[in-house]
Design a protein around this ligand. Sequence first.
Ligand SMILES: [Fe+2]
Ligand SMILES: [Fe+2]
Length: 189
Amino acid sequence: MADQGHDRDVVDVLTADHREVTDLLVDALRSGETDRRRDLADIIITELVRHSVAEEMHVYPAMREHLADGEQAVEHDTEEHKEIESTLKKLEGLPGDSPEFDETLRQLQSTLADHVQDEETDQFPQLRASVPRDTLVELAAKVETAKKLAPTRPHPSAPNSAPFHKMVGPGVGLVDRLRDKLSSRATAD
Ligand SMILES: [Fe+2]
Ligand SMILES: [Fe+2]
């Protein structure tokens, strides 16, 4: 039983993250409740920043090392992370009932879909082909640990979760505060 958990490799973990955030975006766009839309947006922001920082910390270095076009792929992916994050920064300050809220979610949906497509059809298969399975499983654990350095998100069905908002606070500055929290505990410089 325990073995099954350990058998997930880093591609399984990252792909599950992609699915989760993609679904949350659909939920946020579909919901008619302003507060819930805003809460879902905060969860999306938290999940995407945690995912991106964990990739940059542990996965992109492995891509750089093992992929034939690693340097280029990492540069491209990092640019896309920056684009995603600038959209998240726009999103963090928007009221859930503003027209810009939907517009920004759709923009995020499109940028994220491109990025996920690049990783899942190009870089992740190459990683699996060129990195020993043991290492991919170790990387999965490292990614999970890196993500835990930021506050855990509340369950989407429990909006307005007090501990979540107490820990990170809602609204403007969420992206930067999360990135700071994640990076300061994981890097020396
Ligand atoms: Fe990713
Ligand atoms: Fe990524």
